[in-house]
Design a protein around this ligand. Structure first.
Ligand SMILES: Cc1cc2nc3c(=O)[nH]c(=O)nc-3n(C[C@H](O)[C@H](O)[C@H](O)COP(=O)(O)OP(=O)(O)OC[C@H]3O[C@@H](n4cnc5c(N)ncnc54)[C@H](O)[C@@H]3O)c2cc1C
Length: 413
């Protein structure tokens, strides 16, 4: 069976895929645009899955990113529940799970990422869940209810953003929660030690038990349902629900099989080109080659949106490089963390405001240059930080720590 419709084909109907399709239209593309997604739902926002959606604070309409009618009005064909099983870059076709073949003039890969599985015995028990999709979130909601009814605790494996957001939401529901973190601190890959400690205190104050240097060795179950998590030092943590939040891997196997260069993600340049002409990629599935040759993997709404815009431009034969300062946010309890820039490699920190007040920013410096700012309940600092970083303007450590010093004034010079 074959379908000869040409035009632009986008694989993955998430944040990046929707952005590519809409930016193609906004960019003046008049041909057919087909957005293919393997999930049964129309495109939805992922961030609320661990926050307001999990807490039951928003409804399905608020979770939806684009209703099918909104895409139809832009003459974008959305096909949900359909998986692309192969790409032939020479013939410029994709094969779908139903066996049909779709031809393309330009192809965008926006396939996202998959949670890492927990490599221990028993991890396939009912009640051991990761969180990536709307269906994952629904499963977690019903297991939270189960824990509620039976008075069972929740164990979160991995003290990263998703695990900690779920922990905060479960605490809001009054459930007992323990976080098992393999490293000696929370969010160690992304936060400075003083912020890791501050977050550990925040969770402790809300009644979460945190165990550092925890090596999970097995999941125990009874009649197929999880009952406990065991660590290598012999400790046993009873659980009615286990959340596994130990990171994701980029969905790049389709690209790899098609001969597109991949290296822990689909390798793209700043304009979202892959190694194959006519094929672009955007979002969590990518690894962006930086000018120094290293690869940068970002998993954020901003990255998916900005790369999506670049990818659409590239398909239209334009160069729109995505070089803006990366930003990200996380909501835990009543605290909004907003991060601008990338803090890895920082050698100095300065705090603006006080950690004890619960509203402050940590400015990260490398070689005297500002490289990132993490703000907690300090949105003004965050917006200013993005401007400073975009402009390459660095305050000194002393100016940063002095709340009477007008940092915005540095932009006017
Ligand atoms: C629980 C949670 C909380 C988050 N919170 C935040 C936050 O607070 N702030 C922030 O900036 N970011 C957050 N993120 C990250 C952010 O949501 C992602 O970076 C973003 O959704 C990536 O968009 P994407 O389009 O690249 O991938 P996705 O949104 O994952 O979309 C990819 C889609 O492609 C589909 N697909 C894959 N392979 C195929 C195929 N072969 N055929 C058809 N379809 C396919 C996938 O099923 C998926 O639907 C969060 C993510 C999660 C899971």
């Amino acid at each position: 069976m074959s379908n000869a419709a040409q035009g632009m084909v986008i694989i993955g109907a998430g944040q990046a895929g929707v952005q590519v399709s809409e930016s193609l239209r906004a960019g003046g593309y008049a041909g057919a645009i087909t957005l293919l997604g393997d999930e049964p739902h129309p495109p939805y926002h992922r961030p609320p899955l661990s926050k307001a959606w999990l807490a039951g604070e928003i409804d399905a309409a608020q979770l939806t990113m684009r209703a099918p009618e909104a895409l139809a009005r832009k003459n974008i064909t959305l096909r949900t529940g359909v998986k692309v099983s192969a790409i032939d870059t020479a013939a410029r076709t994709v094969t779908l799970s139903d066996g049909s073949v779709l031809a393309y003039d330009g192809l965008a890969l926006a396939t996202g990422a998959t949670p890492r599985a927990l490599p221990v015995p028993g991890a396939d028990a009912d009640g051991v869940l990761a969180l990536r999709t709307r269906d994952d979130a629904s499963a977690i909601v019903s297991h939270l209810q189960y824990c509620d009814e039976k008075g069972l605790p929740v164990v979160v494996i991995g003290g990263g953003f998703i695990g900690l957001e779920v922990a905060a939401t479960a605490r809001k529901r009054g459930l007992a929660v323990t976080v098992l973190e393999a490293a000696p601190r929370l969010l160690g890959r992304v936060l400075a030690p003083l912020l890791s400690d501050w977050y550990a205190q925040l969770h402790t104050d809300h009644g979460v038990g945190i165990v550092f240097n925890a090596q999970v060795s097995a999941i125990d179950s009874k009649d197929g349902h999880v009952t406990a998590v065991t660590t290598a030092d012999g400790r046993r943590f009873p659980a009615g629900l286990v959340i596994v939040g130990i990171g994701v891997t980029a969905n790049d196997s389709l690209a790899k099989a098609a001969g597109i260069e991949c290296d822990r993600g689909i390798v793209v340049d700043a304009c979202a080109h892959t190694s194959v002409p006519g094929v672009v990629a955007a979002g969590d599935c990518t690894a962006r080659r930086l000018p120094d040759g290293s690869l940068l993997r970002l998993e954020s709404v901003q990255n998916a949106s900005e790369q999506g815009r670049s990818a659409a431009a590239a398909l239209l034969g334009q160069e729109r490089s995505f070089v803006a300062t990366p930003w990200f946010w996380s909501d835990q309890y009543d605290k909004k963390l907003q991060m601008a820039g990338l803090s890895s490699g920082a050698d100095h920190w300065a705090v603006r405001g006080t950690l004890a007040s619960g509203a402050f920013s940590v400015f990260h410096f490398r070689g005297g240059k500002l490289i990132a700012v993490d703000s907690v309940n300090a949105s003004k600092d965050h917006l200013l930080a993005r401007k400073l970083l975009d402009a390459g303007v660095s305050p000194t450590l002393a100016q940063t720590a002095d709340t009477t010093f007008d940092l915005a004034g540095l932009l006017e010079k």
